[in-house]
Design a protein around this ligand. Structure first.
Ligand code: BEZ
Length: 176
């Protein structure tokens, strides 16, 4: 059976806690990365959710991240573990991954859509920054999640103006 590709656009960029055969910078067309998903179980709590990334369908948009090639025999267990880790509203979705200098492949990514129970949706940057700055959950501060994502994107030389704008807004606030 063929290997399976998985696209990481959030914490999977810097913390892929599974075995993979190779990783490659990739992007998905028609998707925009947004801090529009509430986190009740990782970077916030039910009464005070944090904000984490999801992908929002948007014609003409592009989201860059990291694609991982996973051995077919391991894929089932890896997806089961990720389904559990991301049970706060995310679902698997199949789409095409694009690479520089290689043919596109079809692969899997996780999307939390607007109809899930933890969805927060858009808000002004200063409000999102305040929420991210103060939220903490079992996986740690929400602030750390944003700063690590921004740092990982910078190290890969990937641009995402929305993430960097939010990073600047959070860095302008006092650390709680
Ligand atoms: C990711 O980093 O790609 C990811 C984001 C949300 C849920 C699962 C994975």
């Amino acid at each position: 059976m063929d290997d399976v590709w998985l696209f990481g656009y959030g914490s999977l960029i810097w913390r892929p806690d599974f075995d993979y055969i190779e990783k490659r910078v990739a992007w998905v067309d028609g998707w925009s990365r947004q801090f529009w998903q509430g986190s009740h179980d990782h970077r916030g709590v039910p009464d005070a959710p944090g904000r984490v990334v999801t992908l929002v369908a948007q014609p003409g948009a592009r989201c860059a991240g990291m694609a991982y090639r996973i051995e077919y025999q391991q894929a089932r267990a890896i997806f089961q573990a990720l389904d559990h880790r991301e049970k706060n509203g995310y679902e698997r979705h199949e789409t095409a991954f694009q690479f520089v200098g290689a043919a596109p492949v079809n692969g899997i990514l996780y999307v939390a859509s607007a109809d899930n129970f933890a969805w927060l949706g858009p808000a002004p940057v200063d409000q999102m920054a305040e929420q991210i700055n103060r939220s903490v959950g079992p996986s740690g501060p929400n602030r750390e999640y944003l700063l690590r994502l921004a740092q990982a994107l910078r190290e890969l030389e990937l641009d995402d103006p929305d993430v960097f704008t939010l990073e600047r807004a959070v860095l302008a606030l006092p650390e709680p």
